[in-house]
Design a protein around this ligand. Structure first.
Ligand SMILES: Cc1cc2nc3c(=O)[nH]c(=O)nc-3n(C[C@H](O)[C@H](O)[C@H](O)COP(=O)(O)OP(=O)(O)OC[C@H]3O[C@@H](n4cnc5c(N)ncnc54)[C@H](O)[C@@H]3O)c2cc1C
Length: 97
């Protein structure tokens, strides 16, 4: 293993630092006429380099849900499908309800 000497050396010198990786997930994505997208809906750590594409898929999911809602009143029930559509487009993302 090419990295084993470097890793063992770091451990022996106690030169190892750890950065916890946690992804923020709100309790829910939709409340009445409000929907969370992008980093407000999920904040991937910059180390995964996934925030933009995840945010882009939020917009796709939102558009897909609202495309047939022709009035403001129709938005509320249409938005309920947003987390479900998002789950299809972003299956690996930590889940909100
Ligand atoms: C250091 C770093 C590196 C990253 N590297 C990558 C990467 O390599 N690949 C990748 O895919 N993602 C990466 N990301 C994540 C990516 O940048 C974000 O996930 C993405 O920009 C989220 O888009 P957003 O529209 O939700 O939020 P933002 O891009 O943050 O947009 C929010 C906007 O709202 C504005 N705003 C805030 N408050 C208000 C207010 N009260 N009124 C009006 N406007 C307001 C802000 O000024 C901002 O313009 C990185 C993030 C960081 C911090």
């Amino acid at each position: 293993m090419p990295w084993s000497h470097a890793v063992i050396d770091c451990v022996e010198r106690r030169a190892v630092t750890g950065t916890p990786i946690a992804e923020y997930v709100p309790e829910r994505l939709v409340n009445d006429r409000l929907a969370l997208v992008g980093d407000a809906a999920h904040v991937p750590t910059p180390m995964t380099g996934n925030g933009f594409s995840a945010s882009f898929k939020d917009a796709l999911a939102l558009a897909e849900c609202l495309i047939d809602a022709s009035t403001i009143r129709a938005y509320v029930p249409a938005l309920l499908g947003y987390p479900i559509t998002l789950d299809r487009l972003l299956p690996g993302l930590p889940k909100s309800i």
